[in-house]
Design a binder for this molecule. Structure first.
Ligand code: ZN
Length: 130
């Protein structure tokens, strides 16, 4: 399944809108029912309007009612890990056990959990302590 996820993330880069960074990022979420939902980075001339590939995939999944995920594949040429904002967005919807696979153009892959990428995260549960 990792191969299919990588393929979906790579395919998503074909639709990137990255005229400023020239960084083509693709993300693919594997839902627990076996569906793959992908996304690409969408940049904007006004930088705060830029949206990471991971967030595009997450918003697509949520908007389609697909809230249970087993893993997310993140592809970039250099194998960049998800940025801090993406890690926080993931933590809103996924458990710390979510598997995150980071792949590069050489086929190298690194597998981490969300808990490893974002320890001590601020989650929706924090509000119950208020
Ligand atoms: Zn990001």
């Amino acid at each position: 399944m990792s191969k299919e996820l990588r393929e979906a993330a790579l395919n998503a880069t074909k639709n990137c809108h990255a005229p400023y960074s020239k960084a083509y990022i693709g993300a693919a979420i594997l839902t627990t029912d076996g569906e793959i939902i992908s996304g690409c980075n969408v940049e904007n001339a006004s930088y705060p309007g830029c949206i990471c590939a991971e967030q595009v995939a997450i918003v697509k999944a949520i908007s389609e009612g697909k809230r249970n995920w087993s893993s997310i594949y993140v592809y970039s040429k250099a194998g960049w890990p998800p940025c801090g904002v993406c890690r926080q967005v993931m933590s809103e919807f996924a458990p710390k056990s979510l598997k995150i696979i980071i792949g590069d153009d050489g086929g190298n892959e690194k597998e981490l959990t969300l808990g490893e990428l974002l320890p001590h995260s601020f989650t929706p549960e924090e509000y119950s302590k208020n």
